[in-house]
Design a protein around this ligand. Structure first.
Ligand code: C2E
Ligand code: CA
Ligand code: CA
Ligand code: CA
Length: 283
């Protein structure tokens, strides 16, 4: 504020300040958010198509700040990762998701998996597997009803350790999905060596199905390759970001049988999931 330099310089520092201040503010607020109970999970159903049988839900974090309002994950997850706050936040997400799924099962709904996004920072913590195991015990959720979504970026980390951890998680009975599949930087050779249960095709491939003709052909070719790859490896394949009936139909024709997206549902509260389950169980 004491700055009397030329206009260009002043504007520049003001812009920088705004960015730095927002960041610091978010970081400070983030530190208090768990104890203040400001986080909430929304859930988006995953379906087996075309019957539309709900096979799972993905848990997605929401932050309701009393003054700033609701912040989307894009605004704070990276800050949480850089500051290490993602570890307690990630554990909160795991516990809340497992607790809620166990609660749904106790109410007698047909069981389904809950998929939880795990940051690579959280995954690389030395006690990550132990935390998962503790949370499962604490909440009473059977491990097979928990799926962990990891991005391909974990395969740029120490292969031996990542492999060991994935095997330990598998031995617990938890399943592993690769999120944003096809969008990664790594080679796909990891798929031969590491225990993975599901590939979630990155949304961009699904969206390209309706772009310019050349994009759409390219995208179809790749999705077809993913279908073959998944079938050869014996892993599930799920298309995320399905928004239109046409996309859904093309995916079905190509043999991709699992889907998630705005076409079926927006992410919703636990109570809304509950009412879907009640409707289904009544039929
Ligand atoms: P993601 O894991 O790839 O999650 C999918 C995102 O796409 C979600 O955004 C979801 O609301 C949105 N989406 C679902 N269906 C459609 C569709 O048909 N069309 C379009 N355009 N979008 C769709 P959201 O909830 O804003 O989350 C964004 C990202 O933030 C997630 O991407 C994930 O990387 C991260 N994230 C969310 N929750 C958590 C969490 O609990 N822990 C961690 N570490 N990351 C999280
Ligand atoms: Ca309840
Ligand atoms: Ca995800
Ligand atoms: Ca994704």
């Amino acid at each position: 504020a004491k700055n009397h330099g030329g206009n260009r310089y002043r504007y520049f520092t003001e812009d920088m300040n705004a960015v730095v201040i927002e960041r610091l503010e978010i970081e400070n607020e983030l530190r208090k958010a768990i104890e203040r109970n400001e986080f909430e999970l929304h859930y988006q159903p995953q379906y087996e198509l075309p019957e539309r049988k709900m096979i799972g839900v993905e848990a997605l974090i929401r932050w309701n700040h009393p003054e700033i309002g609701r912040l989307p994950p894009e605004r704070f997850i990276h800050i949480a990762e850089e500051t290490g706050l993602i570890v307690p936040i990630g554990n909160w997400v795991l516990r809340e998701a497992c607790r809620t799924n166990a609660d749904w099962q106790r109410q007698g709904f047909d069981p389904f998996r809950v998929a939880v996004n795990v940051s690579v920072v959280q995954f690389m913590e030395s006690d990550f597997v132990q935390q998962v195991s503790l949370i499962l015990e604490e909440t009473g959720l059977e491990p097979r009803w928990l799926e962990l979504e990891l991005t391909e970026s974990i395969f740029m980390k120490d292969h031996k350790r990542v492999g060991m951890q994935l095997t330990e998680l598998r031995n617990l009975g938890v399943t592993i999905a690769i999120d944003d599949f096809g969008n990664g930087y790594s080679s796909m050779s990891y798929l031969q060596r590491l225990p993975v249960d599901c590939l979630k095709i990155d949304q961009s491939f699904i969206q390209d199905l309706e772009n310019r003709k050349s994009d759409s052909e390219r995208s179809k070719t790749l999705i077809k390759a993913f279908v073959n790859l998944a079938s050869n490896l014996g892993v599930k394949l799920l298309a995320e970001g399905v928004e239109t009936q046409e996309q859904s139909q093309v995916l079905n024709e190509m043999g991709c049988r699992l889907g998630q997206g705005f076409l079926y549902n927006f992410p919703m509260t636990a109570d809304e999931i509950e009412s879907i389950c009640k409707k289904e169980n009544r039929s």
